[in-house]
Design a binder for this molecule. Structure first.
Ligand code: E4P
Length: 219
């Protein structure tokens, strides 16, 4: 499974990229707004840090404007993937941009029916939001499992990006369900490293080594 960071924060991206395990980045208008830098500039900076798919979202809800914005965003860098909302105009814009060879990420997907629409429109990526479904009392992960089954049944090549991941369990369950990509906030990626037995074991290894050699009397 590919790991994407769900952030537009450059410090977080630099730290994550240094680990060598970040395959791409997702942003959305809220994440870009948080950084206070216009989207074109921020996406350019992100492309300099991470070499992988970088999702940049349009902010229009009208297909002609989405197509214009999508073409513009795709020119920022070869790695840019144009993010479009899963509404009628978004699907229409996705069909047009996909036919032009511009890669798209259809976002705000909350049902298998919507995921089918994205695949049929030629989306490069579809983004089902797991955490937000959990928030309203549903089992978000069921959606990933349904989309994996449906796409396999028909050989759709649209990649399933498990989004709105809030915990390491969300990441693991997405991987078990067969999602191609998991996008997560920096703090969730950091949490993947943690295990008390790793810390305890390492502490003991280092203590044993120090006792045997570093504290040995000098001859
Ligand atoms: C994905 O592309 C979205 O930016 C993101 O995963 C949304 O997550 P949230 O529900 O935590 O805001």
């Amino acid at each position: 499974m590919k790991f994407f960071l769900d952030t537009a924060n450059l410090d977080e991206l630099k730290k994550g990229a240094a680990w060598g395990i970040v395959d791409g980045v997702t942003t959305n208008p809220s994440l870009i707004a948080k950084e206070g830098v216009p989207i074109e500039d921020q996406i350019r900076r992100i492309c300099d840090i991470v070499d992988g798919d970088i999702s940049a979202e349009v902010v229009s809800v009208e297909w002609e404007q989405m197509v214009r914005d999508g073409r513009k965003l795709s020119k920022i860098h070869k790695n840019v993937v144009v993010k479009l909302p899963l509404i009628r105009d978004g699907i229409r814009a996705c069909s047009i941009l996909s036919k032009e060879g511009i890669r798209t990420n259809v976002t705000l997907c909350f049902s298998a029916a919507q995921a089918l629409l994205a695949a049929k429109a030629g989306a490069y990526i579809v983004s089902p939001f797991i955490g937000r479904l959990d928030d309203i009392g549903m089992t978000g992960m069921d959606l990933i499992r349904d989309i994996v089954t449906i796409y396999r049944n028909y050989g759709y090549t649209t990649q399933i990006l498990s989004a709105s991941l809030r915990s390491p369990m969300h990441v693991i369950d997405s991987a078990k369900a067969g999602a191609h990509i998991g996008t997560m906030p920096f703090k969730v990626m950091e949490m993947l490293f943690h295990h008390p037995l790793t810390d305890k074991g390492l502490d003991q290894f280092l203590k044993d080594y120090a006792k045997a050699f570093e504290e040995a009397p000098v001859r």
